[in-house]
Write a protein that binds this ligand. Sequence first.
Ligand SMILES: [Zn+2]
Length: 333
Amino acid sequence: MAFDSVIGHSRLRELLSRAVTHRRLPPALLFSGPAGVGKRTLALAAGRALLCDRDAGDACEACPPCRRAGRGLHPDALLVEPDGASIKIEQVREAVREIAGRPFEGRARVLVFDEAHLLTEQAQNALLKSLEEPPATSHVFLVTASPQALLPTIRSRCQMLRFSPLPQSRLETHLRDRCGLSADEARLRAALSGGSLGVALAFESEAWRDLRVELLEILEKLDRAGALGRMDAAERLAEMDDPVLALTALRSLLRDVAALRAGSPALLNADVAARLEPLARGPLGERAGEMARATGDTRDALDGRITGTNLRRGPANPLLAFDVLMDRMVRPA
Ligand SMILES: [Zn+2]
C-alpha cells in the first residue's frame, strides 16, 4: 500500500516488492532519473515494506512499525537530506554508525540518501566502506537525478534502477483527480512538466502566461525582423530568467501553431488561439511542427548543460543556440 503512493513505475514497484518478499533486495540501490518522478517516494515505500510486521512485500499501513514509519519515527528507517547545499561527512558518519548496528526492532535497517549527488567527496568516501561491507540487515538507497556526479566507486557498488519520466496522460489524470486541478490546467501542466510531478506541482501559471505573451510578441515580429531583429529576439530569449522554461513555452506555442495549421482544435494554449491563428496562416505555419521539434532539441541540450547531466552535449553558448534557432524560424535549414 505504501507502493500505491507512487504514481506510475509499476515495473519498478513490482520488482522491489518481489525483492522484499524474497529477501533479495540488494544492500545498496541507486535510484536515478529526472527530478520529481517519485524516486524518493519509492525508496521510502520499499523501506517501509521491509519494516512492516506483516512482511507481505508492501507496507500494510496498519501495524505499529508501519504507523511509526509513516510518521517518520521508525528507529530503523533513516532519511538523510542535504544540510544546506550538501550532504556532509558528519551526516554520513552518523548515519553509517546507526546502520552498522543490528536493527532496533525491525528485520532490517533502511538508509535513504535524498539528492545523493550532493554528497561531498569526503562524505562519499565515508559511505564507501559501509557499501563495501554492508551489514546483512542494512539497505542503503541513493536517490539522485545526477548519478554521474557520484564517484565511480560508489556507483559500481550499487544496483542502479532507472526511472523514466511519467507518461503525460498519467500525470494529467493525477493532477485532475487527485490534486483537484481543472481539466485545462491539468492538461497544460502535464504537457509542460517533462514527465515530472514535482515540476507539474511547482508550475506557476501566472508567470507562465506572462512568459507566453512575451514569446508571442517575438513570434509575431519574426517574419518582418531582419538579421538584427532576429539577433535581438535571441538575446531576449537568452536573458530570460529561465531559458529552459522559455523554450518549453516556445515549443508549446509552435506545436499549437502546427496543430492549427493542420486544422486540429486541441490546443495547449487555447486561451491565446486568436493570436496563434494568424501565425498558423503565415509563413511560420508551414514549418511550425519542425520548429517545435528543433526548439525541443535546443531545450534538452540546454537543460543537459545546466543540470550537468551531459556536459558534452549542450551548446557551449546558449545565445548562439538561440541565434541559430531564430534564424531557422525564418530561413528553413
Ligand atoms: Zn505494516
